[in-house]
Write a protein that binds this ligand. Structure first.
Ligand code: H79
Length: 448
């Protein structure tokens, strides 16, 4: 009896796997994900009524630091009167980012576009009084950048959304009032349909899925609806198992992750949205290191900016974007076409490989003393260039011993004048796709 029950349960599970996921073969998915895999850098934008700057985005509601009314009153300051989407798009392009993701709606339910579903929007409930997504989408596309929409599944202030407070009663129980929950789901779907039909974004960045299950959100239906007209769209992981890629937040994987596509989202200071007094900016050097760390582990960096309520971007953030621009344009070869590098046992630096695997990029976030040591390479080195310069690096190969299986060790001398002020990149050209020696040394006689 138990066996039969298990079989029935398994069959039910198999049916529950959405058709859309079952149908897509790995090559199709790889093709769909290709631009994302090569993009490497994206710019995240958190902009909403919280950009007034007194507290963080949406969370003051959930954490009861503000009443819903006080929180929503911030909309009175949301003027967008210095908003220049062409300038934003130009800055994003200049940074070297290939895509951008903007908050169309955060957990506070405030929509930046002219939504006909609901009354809480820049047009209907703020002095901005206009659609802010339309001109942004146009500017981004004019710059040839991929357009991503952040969309919060959660909407804490809304009367038909169940949750509102972290420690406090829910408005209602979705099991007891399924129609009310369905009403909310219909509202979310209507908004997503508007975004989809008007702008055909290249990417959706969902957030807040943790409050309900895939079945409760009807995640399969949402994804199916978004792929109806836009089958190539890329969807992040925060839709309870129905996404395309993983989204570690504020953390870069320490070892190469198992998952194939991923993106770390990262703040420049300690806040997603503009916040008065948060001057704790990471330096351009620190952020570039994080970027290179993502590249070395085969992922993307989604670097966040938080414009003010008037639409101006803080100078510190502009300066970081510009410094990214300087570094990415100089080192483009070692960014967009790359995949994860080799284990750090071989060189005390971040590394990546070109698609063919016969160029090893070494990223040096420091000035080497005398030389850079590279070991355990079975492939031979043909040449070493300093990327973004016309200089080559000399090297010496020591301990290249005929009777030993342990490869010799390269000592690479980087010309002083060719060093980058932040991260120098070496292109080590090999005679074949890289082969590594991963043993622990040549043992001549055994002790035990
Ligand atoms: O938009 C920014 C943030 O507002 C939002 N995502 C970025 C991009 C975000 N903030 N915090 N989080 C996401 C993390 C959520 C953490 C959680 Fe939990 C831990 C969700 C579930 C467990 C603690 C317990 C917070 C909510 C419940």
């Amino acid at each position: 009896m138990r066996i039969i029950k298990t079989a029935v349960a398994l069959a039910a599970l198999a049916i529950a796997i959405p058709a859309i996921q079952a149908q897509e073969n790995p090559e199709q998915k790889a093709q769909r994900m290709e631009w994302f895999a090569h993009a490497k850098l994206g710019i995240f934008i958190h902009w909403g009524i919280y950009s007034k700057g007194d507290d963080s985005e949406s969370w003051p509601i959930f954490n009861a630091r503000m009443t819903v009314d006080d929180y929503m009153k911030q909309a009175e300051c949301f003027t967008a009167d210095k908003y220049d989407p062409a300038e934003w798009a130009k800055l994003i392009k200049e940074s070297g980012a290939r895509y951008t993701v903007i908050t169309t709606k955060h957990h506070d339910g405030f929509a930046l576009w002219d939504t006909r579903a609901g009354d809480v929007s820049a047009v209907k409930s703020s002095p901005a009084k206009r659609d802010l997504i339309a001109p942004f989408a146009e500017a981004v596309r004019n710059e040839g950048i991929k357009l991503g929409f952040y969309y919060s599944l959660i909407d804490w202030p809304r009367y038909d959304y169940p949750n509102v407070l972290r420690s406090g009663p829910a408005r209602y129980d979705i099991e007891k009032e399924p129609e009310r929950w369905q009403h909310f789901l219909d509202f979310n779907s209507a908004q997503l349909r508007e975004l989809d039909r008007q702008w055909h974004p290249d990417l959706y960045w969902f957030d807040g899925d943790w409050e309900f299950s895939a079945e409760q959100w009807k995640a399969a239906d949402i994804v199916a609806m978004l792929r109806e007209n836009n089958p190539q769209v890329v969807i992040n992981s925060r839709i309870q198992g129905y996404g395309d890629y993983d989204t570690p937040e504020l953390g870069i994987p320490v070892v190469k992750p198992q998952y194939k596509w991923w993106e770390t989202c990262m703040t420049m200071n300690d806040s997603w949205g503009f916040r008065i007094g948060d001057d704790d900016y990471k330096s351009p050097m620190t952020l570039l290191r994080m970027f290179v760390d993502c590249i070395a582990h085969g992922g993307n960096l989604l670097l966040d900016i938080g414009p003010r309520a008037d639409g101006s971007i803080p100078d510190e953030e502009k300066a970081i974007l510009k410094e990214f621009g300087r570094w990415t344009s100089k080192h483009a070869e070692a960014i967009y076409g790359t995949r994860a590098g080799i284990p750090a046992d071989h060189v005390a630096a971040y590394t990546s490989l070109n698609e063919a695997g016969d160029i090893l990029y070494i990223y040096l976030p420091y000035r080497p003393n005398e030389s850079v040591e590279l070991k355990g390479l079975k492939s031979r080195v043909n040449n070493i260039r300093v990327v973004g310069t016309d200089r080559n690096a000399d090297w010496k190969l020591y301990n290249d011993i005929s009777w030993s299986e342990v490869p010799g060790v390269y000592y690479i001398e980087v010309p002083e004048e060719a060093l980058d002020e932040r991260i120098t990149v070496l292109a080590v050209e090999l005679d074949e796709p890289v082969r590594l020696y991963r043993g622990s040394g040549q043992i001549i006689s055994i002790n035990e």
